[in-house]
Design a protein around this ligand. Structure first.
Ligand SMILES: [Cu+2]
Length: 161
């Protein structure tokens, strides 16, 4: 017991000054490096903001010709008796492209107020049509085949100013 205690004390005394120095240096280095590593990690978030702004800037020049240059595309599914999605939100003057697909029976896509009427397609078929709303408002789109409209095959087209 006694010999063991003496040896430990000796070892401690010899190593202490060096160990303390080494520990101080290592801790200081780790602290310094940790600060440097953590600080740049916040910068990528700011870098990501830059591309988003760049994209917005690319769109802006085309917006000079009113909003006519804007375009939006929707995939709409028609079945008995529904549209999915049944609410579309667009902007006045925006070119709207709709990829309309029928899953059964025969369907079309009509908006009376905007003179929109797609081809009538059969189940399994699809058609693409475009229109550019020239007025704002909330309009109903519906299927003009048979009694589909009465059976609930309707949706809402919201045209924002
Ligand atoms: Cu229909």
């Amino acid at each position: 017991m006694q010999e063991g205690t003496k040896m430990e004390e000796k070892t401690d005394n010899k190593m202490s000054p060096v160990m303390i120095l080494v520990i101080i240096v290592v801790v200081a280095l780790i602290g310094f490096l940790a600060m440097r590593v953590l600080t740049p990690s916040q910068q990528p978030e700011m870098t990501q903001t830059a591309p988003t702004q760049a994209m917005t800037t690319e769109v802006s020049p085309t917006a000079g010709e009113a909003m006519t240059e804007n375009a939006v595309t929707f995939d709409v599914e028609g079945g008995s008796f529904y549209y999915k999605p049944n609410e579309l939100k667009v902007k006045k003057g925006q070119k709207v492209t709709i990829n309309f697909k029928a899953v059964d029976l025969m369907h079309d896509f009509v908006v009376d107020e905007l003179n929109v009427k797609s081809d009538t397609i059969k189940g399994g078929e699809s058609t693409t049509f475009e229109f550019t709303p020239d007025k704002a408002g909330t309009f109903e789109f519906y299927c003009s085949v048979g009694q589909h409209r009465a059976n609930g095959m309707v949706g809402t087209l919201i045209v924002e100013e």
